[in-house]
Design a protein around this ligand. Sequence first.
Ligand SMILES: Nc1nc2c(c(=O)[nH]1)N[C@H]1C(S)=C(S)[C@@H](COP(=O)(O)OP(=O)(O)OC[C@H]3O[C@@H](n4cnc5c(=O)[nH]c(N)nc54)[C@H](O)[C@@H]3O)O[C@H]1N2
Ligand SMILES: Nc1nc2c(c(=O)[nH]1)N[C@H]1C(S)=C(S)[C@@H](COP(=O)(O)OP(=O)(O)OC[C@H]3O[C@@H](n4cnc5c(=O)[nH]c(N)nc54)[C@H](O)[C@@H]3O)O[C@H]1N2
Ligand SMILES: [Mo]
Length: 767
Amino acid sequence: MSKDPDTGEPVTIKPYEAPSGGWGSVKSLVDILPREGSLLRSGTALLLQNKPNGFVCPSCAWAKPEKPNTFEFCENGAKATAWEMTPKTVTPAFFRQHTVSELLTWPDYNLEEAGRLTHPMRYDPETDRYRPVSWGDAFAEIGRELRACDPKAVVLYLSGRASLEASYMYALFGRLMGTNNFPDSSNMCHESTSVALPASIGSPVGTVDLEDFEKTDCIMFFGQNVGTSSPRMLHQLQDARKRGVPIITFNPLKERGLLTFTNPQSPTEMLSGESTRISTQYHQVKAGGDLAAVMGLCKAIVAADDAAIASGDPRILDVDFIATHTHGFEDFAAETRRHDWADLERQSGLTRKNLEAAAAVYMRSSAVMGVYGMGLTQHRTGVENCQMLINLLLLRGNIGKAGAGICPVRGHSNVQGQRTVGITEKPELVPMDKLRELYKFEPPHDKGLNTVEACEGILKGDVKAFIGLGGNFIRAIPETDAIEAAWSRIRLSVQISTKLNRAHLIRGEVSYILPCLARTDIDLQKTGKQAVAIEDSTAFIHGSRGVRTPVSKDLLSEPRIVAEMAKATLPPNPHIDWDAWCDDYALVRDKIEATYPEQFKDFNARMFKPGGFPRPVPARNRVWKTKTGKANFIVPRGLDENPDMPSDSIDVLRLMTLRSNDQFNTTIYGYDDRFRGVKGTRKIVFMNQHDIDRLALKDGDIVTLTTIAADMKREVSGLRIIAYDIPEGCCGGYYPECNPLIPLWHHAEHSKVPAAKSIPVTISLSV
Ligand SMILES: Nc1nc2c(c(=O)[nH]1)N[C@H]1C(S)=C(S)[C@@H](COP(=O)(O)OP(=O)(O)OC[C@H]3O[C@@H](n4cnc5c(=O)[nH]c(N)nc54)[C@H](O)[C@@H]3O)O[C@H]1N2
Ligand SMILES: Nc1nc2c(c(=O)[nH]1)N[C@H]1C(S)=C(S)[C@@H](COP(=O)(O)OP(=O)(O)OC[C@H]3O[C@@H](n4cnc5c(=O)[nH]c(N)nc54)[C@H](O)[C@@H]3O)O[C@H]1N2
Ligand SMILES: [Mo]
């Protein structure tokens, strides 16, 4: 049996035939919980996950029902909780034992697996080690450095976990300093949604809530891997299926969670082995073929409507809705007629017959939901992809009615909420007048840097200070090799984290690791145990309380760290009492409410309402806050997904970077991807057998991927070919291992989300 070159673990590749959920998910937990030494502790803790008196799962952002199950968690949520609650620690003694040069040779898995960070540390170049520092000294130096810096050269990154309270304070801190440089993880994720939806329907977030799942009669699923990325949603999908609701999936890969599901929380299903078929139609669209596929659906629907007019039959389109609520229909309809089926088939990789079959189900249904994830957003046409899906929904009035709507499935557990409370580089999205009125200062007006622009600034040497509130920036971004090399030009690099990762090891001139409490930790401040709030994917706000005693007394909460940095950097402001806010987070929530009165009415009183409280989303009620005052049909500029893809070369494949079932972003829980049948390695490339044959390669060959780009060489080597059920012309590898292949400029137009799902690559045997 062969072994993984990095880990020495045996590698096996065997198709996984079992349903998602089921005993496989139980076994996976039985494996990981004891390994993290947290079976007992997290066993009881898990009962409090996503409950009104407990904590909100630190994993994904999927909605939390009003009446939770006894076990309102999934395999991956439980993994995330166990990983966070590990009793293992990374103490000053750990850093005495390991130089940073040595740690740089560790895989991502081993870095994080070492345990929870316990003490603030400062890098010492003389010994090449991180050394303990007092919180007081750390904040004093960080403040001094930031004061010496042009605020436009300071970058404040945020990963999507920090609470609404911490995020609001972080945004305020930056704006008081004078910058709108707030790149965040959403810039690599659903920013395409945040740009697409306002233009289409006048609201940056989805319009669907959990009740809609009970009323829908058709779900269309695009590029979201529910079984791994948001497994709790499988309960809603299963319930819908049991009502006979069709689910039509568009995904290049046959993902297990979208095929069948056994509810691991149902004793009957577990014992009988009964499973539910999830997708009723499964279309293996080419990576980047969705624009063409959805255009094909729309073409079939418009054609059916044209035929109905001709024959005097009832109309297919919702003509009243289109007339009253939309703008741009005629142009869009003309566009659908203009496209040729042969082109649509070629670009989508799907047949006309199959697209018409999907359109037929759509036309029969009276309340259709469009659900999607990274398969739509992480493309050059990420914004158009989302808008095209809305076009489809608008044809039959499927927005703003019960059981219908658009449902972007968000990633990090509070990524959506951070936007709501001011984390954005776009000043026009922030109520600056409110900030001016509340805190008596002049907020910065100029546009700040998003993630791609921050990377450009780092490469140019313009960024002088980088603060990361959570996340693993260096590993998550594209062009990782070049950015790592440029990082040493940053003067101040501060990472506020729970666990060790590569971002800590790539240093600036002055580098700090500041360890913080995690969401599952009890957060004790002067007025007692604190709660925080987060917003889920469906725009419901939930309270969360930590349940376990922190692993170290030297951890500070994220709000406290932000407050201390602010105090050390900024002149005192009589209108902001940072200390009082940290003593009692309810005061921060009062300020959030004062800043966003419509969104957060009675915030403190409502935050523990079972099921959360909804933030108003105007499009839910067919109020369109767009320039036209209507929902807009938006014609894509073309269906060609990838301008970076040479159209003439058959040797070039489209690489999708994927998550395994054993990771949360750059956090690697293990080397198995159960649902895809891969065990013991992450160094793989999934390929279609015809492509393997055509390129004169073999299943199991070890190969190098090279990006097609003229500006510089980008390669990742040592990947094992796995023959896989994937459309011809496409291949798949894991994120973050493949990130060095993504050019920084290869991103969605308008949203600048790195196009991580269609990187043009060639494949050759590794030497
Ligand atoms: N367990 C776990 N849960 C997570 C995460 C995690 O890493 N692990 N990450 C969290 C975060 S931050 C996010 S953003 C979400 C991400 O969750 P998802 O949105 O599910 O993202 P991915 O897993 O990257 O890929 C999604 C799917 O897109 C498909 N796909 C790729 N290219 C295309 C295409 O061109 N068209 C179509 N139609 N499909 C395509 C892939 O086959 C894959 O099934 O999950 C969140 N939840
Ligand atoms: N090629 C490719 N690249 C991608 C993607 C892809 O699909 N393909 N997906 C993109 C997406 S969708 C996203 S969201 C980004 C993710 O990018 P990030 O959000 O930056 O990355 P994570 O891996 O989620 O960050 C993990 C680290 O967060 C820290 N952490 C965990 N919990 C907490 C906490 O409670 N507080 C603090 N302060 N720190 C904490 C830990 O130290 C951990 O090491 O990656 C993007 N990059
Ligand atoms: Mo994400």
